[in-house]
Design a protein around this ligand. Sequence first.
Ligand SMILES: Cc1ncc(COP(=O)(O)O)c(/C=C/C(=O)C(=O)O)c1O
Length: 348
Amino acid sequence: PWPGLIDAYRDRLPIPADWKAVTLFEGGTPLVPAHHLSELTGCEVYLKVEGANPTGSFKDRGMTMAMTDAKYGGKTAVLCASTGNTSASAAAYATRAGLHCAVLIPSGKIAMGKLAQAVMLGAKIIQVAGNFDDCLELARKVTSEFPEVGLVNSVNPARIEGQKTAAFEIADALGKAPDVHVLPVGNAGNITAYWKGYSEYYADGTTTSRPRMLGVQAAGAAPLVHGAPVSNPETVATAIRIGAPASWNQAVAAKEESGGAFRAATDEEILAAYRLVAAKEGVFVEPASAASVAGLLAARAEGWLDAGLTVVCTVTGNGLKDPDNALKGMPEVKPIAVDPVAVAHELE
Ligand SMILES: Cc1ncc(COP(=O)(O)O)c(/C=C/C(=O)C(=O)O)c1O
């Protein structure tokens, strides 16, 4: 059986052999061949379905490492700023570690599924009259003043170490590195982590190449695309509604070293991809995750990548997190006596 992330890749993680992993058996997520996207693009497209992690997003990869580190490092509590998924994951892993957890979330801009998780999993919720960037600045201030509280945002290197394992899993599954790796970019920890993972496999000869990294931002929250922070980021993809990525330099390095690119996807393109992936691939992801697919389709249309390439899109979070974008009210109630002919017609 899958031993959980740390024990699956312990020899590639900076963790003392006698440290017992704080784990929910995260990782080992599906790499699903995307038949419809492959037809649309003429590429061999795969989806790395990170919504299959224990709390429904890729954050669990970083959190198992950060929480294990916090526990053995003698922390009594942890703190993070979050657009939602980090807070849900921090709450779950803090509970596993027996640590207190507080989360700083931007006012009014968090998907209900994520807030429900953070509350039920025991986090102290602090809603801040500001955006994610304000919350992260606050979290850094608090944890520098109170060192017994661990900061578990992706500025914490343990997070990056955990998240790099997704690149290992993809290369292990494909038997090679993909030609292009596409993922949504907010605070830019994940693109940093993937590049580190692909580079470590390449450095020790496990793979003979590294992918071009394509980071996709929402058009209303695209600091890396514009080359400057965005003071009032806005997007329906609330998970990546971030104007000042903390891992800016590492993200730019990943893009430049890999011959990759940053590109923006409009909210319309994101929601179209959100519907397409569910309707055609059977994978329900949250809007921010669909940004990677939107970016791939636009990049392919523009000829940024050729047909025939092997492309992996990381879809970072489960669609259940953010049902408001999927549902516009409930379907009308039908009488009990359902007409079989009508139902059959509905199926046409
Ligand atoms: C579904 C989903 N997709 C993509 C991203 C962007 O990853 P990064 O570029 O590493 O930030 C996030 C990030 C969420 C938070 O930043 C948070 O939860 O505080 C996310 O939840």
